[in-house]
Design a protein around this ligand. Structure first.
Ligand SMILES: Nc1nc2c(ncn2[C@@H]2O[C@H](COP(=O)(O)OP(=O)(O)OP(=O)(O)O)[C@@H](O)[C@H]2O)c(=O)[nH]1
Length: 395
């Protein structure tokens, strides 16, 4: 191989420094996403570690300490990559294990570089130590991954798997190689090839971490754009999107889609009497109770003001009526304590399904809204279905 190990180290050191700058810049705009700063410092440690390793094997006195400090910085950088990933995934960090890893790295590097120099053993032990950390990084990335970010996690995890395998292979090859081929700066393929591949894989890891950040930001923006800021349930925009998807599904399968429009009774008087903050609490409580009552395949959203909308898949009007009645009773039983007063609320609910109206969302909303209006006109705190609206004087 034409490349010499020192040149590869300089290249890797510069590359790692560029990643440090990149992560620092990326970290400026990530809000409350954690871990990016640690990836930046990890890249800086690796950059410095490789610059120091460059001096090992030179004739300058104390050059062997360059290997010890360089390796320690590289181990610190790898640990910071791991803690950054854990922080990014909001998982706890086991500091004692990481400190132990760094202490073992320092001890073995000092022993095999300064006290009892043995390049082969140092390289084998290092390879095995880094194999273990890379394996842990891969495991953290490949287990329990949010569906929306799978691709980025798998890409980064696969890069760590490749790094771990590289380290394991290196340890085995070093064990079997003749003495003449071993040495940090000996230009044999045992040295240069793993350094070149490791540099490329570290590049791939950095790319993967940035991809994870990118996917997380997109997921957060999508979450913000599809949720109601006050109650946290879906917003009108998102339920309209889901309705288009459900329409296509129901047309294909022939399922019936039911809709429920829920409106809090005399909500204005709650605001007027207790103030807007209490009104907000009522909205949150209503959203919470309704959200908990639906199945995973149903959708519940704040449609606007104090009106909520529920889409129930594979459900007809009668089945939706049963759920609506249970909900109405649950709301009537709910009490909010405001100072010394106990505040009770009631809701009116309009129900419709697609068998009479069709699957167009705007038509379903209009039908359920008519039924809701009828429920309000008939005295509130009641459920009215679209088909029984003839009981309503104003229908
Ligand atoms: N606290 C709070 N109030 C809101 C919010 N959005 C809308 N409102 C209030 O909701 C009230 C809706 O009042 P109306 O449409 O008259 O309805 P209502 O008083 O519930 O009367 P009925 O629906 O006929 O029983 C208005 O006073 C709005 O200011 C919100 O996010 N927070």
């Amino acid at each position: 191989m034409g490349l010499d190990a020192r040149t590869v180290m300089v290249m890797f050191s510069m590359l790692a420094f560029m990643f440090f700058c990149l992560f620092e810049l990326a970290g400026l705009r990530v809000g409350n996403i954690r871990g990016v700063r640690q990836w930046a410092i990890a890249s800086l440690c690796m950059s410095l570690g490789f610059s120091l390793a460059y001096f090992y094997g030179q004739t300058t006195p104390g050059h062997e300490w360059a290997a010890v400090i360089g390796l320690t910085l590289f181990a610190l950088g790898t640990c910071l990559q791991l803690t950054g990933i854990l922080a990014f995934k909001k998982q706890a960090v086991s500091w004692s294990i990481l400190i132990l890893f760094i202490v073992i790295t320092i001890c073995q590097a000092t022993w095999f570089s300064v006290i009892n120099p043995d390049t082969r053993m140092r390289a084998i032990v290092n390879s095995l130590l880094f194999f273990s950390v890379y394996t842990v990084c891969a495991r953290v990335l490949l287990v329990k991954v949010e569906a929306s970010q799978k691709l980025a996690y798998w890409f980064t995890g696969a890069s760590f798997v490749a790094l771990a395998l590289l380290m394991l292979t290196r340890a085995v090859v070093l064990l079997l190689s003749p003495d003449a081929e071993i040495g940090l700066h000996v230009n044999t393929s045992i040295n240069t090839l793993p350094f070149v591949i490791a540099s490329l894989l570290e590049f791939s890891v950095a790319f993967g971490l940035l991809l994870m950040l990118n996917h997380r930001l997109i997921a957060d923006v999508y979450q913000m754009a599809s949720r109601d800021a006050l109650t946290g349930v879906l917003n009108r925009r998102r339920i309209e999107e889901e309705a288009v998807r459900l329409r296509a599904r129901c047309m294909r399968t022939g399922e019936t889609l039911a809709i429920m429009m829920i409106d809090i009774d005399f909500f204005k008087s709650i605001n007027d009497r207790y103030g807007h903050p209490v009104g907000d609490k009522v909205l949150c409580a209503v959203a919470d109770i309704a959200q908990k009552s639906i199945r995973a395949e149903d959708y519940f959203a704040r449609y606007g003001g104090e009106e909520f909308c529920m889409l129930l898949t594979s459900t007809n009007e009668n089945e939706a009526l049963d759920l609506a009645e249970r909900l109405r009773l649950a709301f009537a039983e709910f009490t909010l304590t405001v100072g010394k007063e106990r505040l009770n609320i009631t809701v009116s609910i309009g129900v419709a399904d697609s068998s009479l109206i069709g699957l167009e969302f705007s038509d379903l909303v209009a039908a359920a809204d008519k039924a809701l209006y009828c429920a309000k006109e008939s005295g509130r705190n009641r459920v009215v279905t679209y088909t029984e609206m003839d009981v309503c004087s104003t229908s």
